[in-house]
Design a protein around this ligand. Structure first.
Ligand code: FMN
Length: 401
């Protein structure tokens, strides 16, 4: 997997910077070509000479040529390296560099290159537990994850400060596994394939200001759309109300209600081979909505809202699928497998992705998910807690396997 792969390693100023030497040595042993960029702070912890010797390439620390009056051949190395890399790994990633990456600051060779790369970006935060747990750091990590960066979660254990908690860089093997799985995601195995993804919640109107909605953030569906584009697919994303950015290269159709989503799916499904229904579509909507805002009256009368069923989009697709592969989602809080199996059969799905929002780190709004994938032959694949982006790749691996 790593043979002849071009790995760009960014090293920042953390106590775990010395571990970058082990990573470079191992990547080289496995046949990868490794280039290293260090921040100035990183050079306080490990010398460029060490990483240059191990990688057998010049190590870049500064954006600028040594003398502005002499050679200018360093010119746009940050762009060249960004385009060169098959994968970029920042290890260790300091809280400072993570904050810069989240906001797009490009004030050194590493952060400038990070804006130029077109390959997957893996980030291995390593720091003291309070720095790691700080809301600013957590928020910045969330921003990067939403953007599709793969975060190598730090381990919990004894830290250099003497404190104990999360913040330690994982061992070599789990890091190598992450690199390999990210590289697997760069293969263009979905080239020329049309993928339709639905995502997000639906809003069912009560009156001009009120609606019945649900807590879906859309993150899972958006992650699938992004992963599919990365693998070469032509992707259409039908999205309920969501504040998420449209992944680059994805054609997005915005809808609000279940009825609008049904209309969009009916218009789109025929020209797609894979249909992945990750949206949390309302099962019920108000039978009628008011034209004006429902007023609160002085007496204690409460308006009654009569509900009716929405269209079953998944069932429609199951009934019209022909040669298409259809993947549904089951959000279950108990007897997950039995309920999911029933849904898969009833809706004539090929696969159903099961998640349980009551499990820690899973469900609405979270950046991670613990999924199981059940196929129509009854085979179940279980996955550990992982980022929604990684889970998206697992789903695509499964259907394209
Ligand atoms: C001894 C020492 C150890 C440090 N270890 C870490 C660390 O493990 N993680 C981290 O985020 N910052 C650590 N810092 C702070 C960073 O070096 C500092 O925030 C620096 O500005 C990071 O710059 P860079 O992101 O450009 O590499 C450490 C500082 C010192 C003096």
């Amino acid at each position: 997997m790593l043979k002849n792969k071009k790995i760009l390693l960014g090293v920042t100023g953390g106590i775990a910077a010395y571990k970058a030497a082990y990573i470079v040595r191992e990547l080289k042993r496995l046949g990868a070509d490794v280039r290293v960029i260090m921040t100035h702070s990183a050079t306080q912890f490990i010398t460029p000479l060490t990483l240059s010797t191990l990688s057998q390439h010049e190590v870049i620390v500064s954006l600028w040529p040594k003398s502005t009056h002499e050679s200018t051949d360093l010119g746009v190395k940050h762009v060249d390296l960004g385009l060169w890399a098959d994968l970029t790994l920042i290890l260790p990633a300091s809280a400072n560099t993570i904050a810069k990456l989240a906001t797009g600051i490009a004030d050194n060779a590493l952060t400038s290159t990070a804006l130029s790369i077109r390959c997957p970006l893996l980030i291995a935060p390593a720091m003291d537990l309070d720095m790691y747990r700080h809301p600013a750091t957590q928020n910045n990590i969330g921003v990067l994850q939403d953007r599709g960066c793969i975060i190598i979660e730090p381990e919990t254990g004894e830290l250099a400060s003497g404190l104990s908690g999360p913040g330690r860089l994982p061992e070599l093997q789990p890091i190598l596994e992450k690199i390999e799985s990210a590289l697997a995601g760069t293969q263009k195995d979905l080239s020329g394939v049309q993928v339709l993804v639905t995502a997000g919640p639906t809003y069912e109107k009560i009156d001009p200001v009120r609606f019945i909605g649900n807590r879906s953030s859309g993150k899972m569906g958006y992650a699938i759309a992004k992963a599919a584009v990365q693998r070469g697919a032509d992707v259409t994303l039908i999205s309920g109300p969501s504040s998420l950015e449209t992944p680059q290269g994805v054609q997005r159709i915005d809808v609000e209600s279940a009825a609008e989503m049904f209309g969009a799916v009916q218009r789109e499904y025929e020209r797609h081979q894979f249909i992945i229904m990750a949206a949390a579509v309302a099962d019920f909507r108000p039978a009628s909505s008011e034209k004006q805002k429902i007023k609160k009256t002085n007496d204690r009368d409460v308006p009654e809202i009569k509900l009716e069923q929405t269209d079953d989009i998944l069932k429609f697709i199951g009934d019209h699928k022909d040669e298409r592969t259809v993947i549904g989602f089951a959000l279950e809080t108990e007897n997950e497998l039995a309920h999911a199996r029933e849904k898969l059969e009833k809706k004539k799905l090929d696969y159903i992705v099961i998640n349980n929002p009551t499990r820690e780190g899973s469900g609405f709004g979270s950046d991670t998910n613990e999924i199981q994938i059940l196929d129509k032959n009854g085979k179940v694949k279980e996955y550990p807690l992982m980022s929604k982006f990684e889970a998206a790749h697992k789903i695509l691996d499964c259907i394209n396997g």
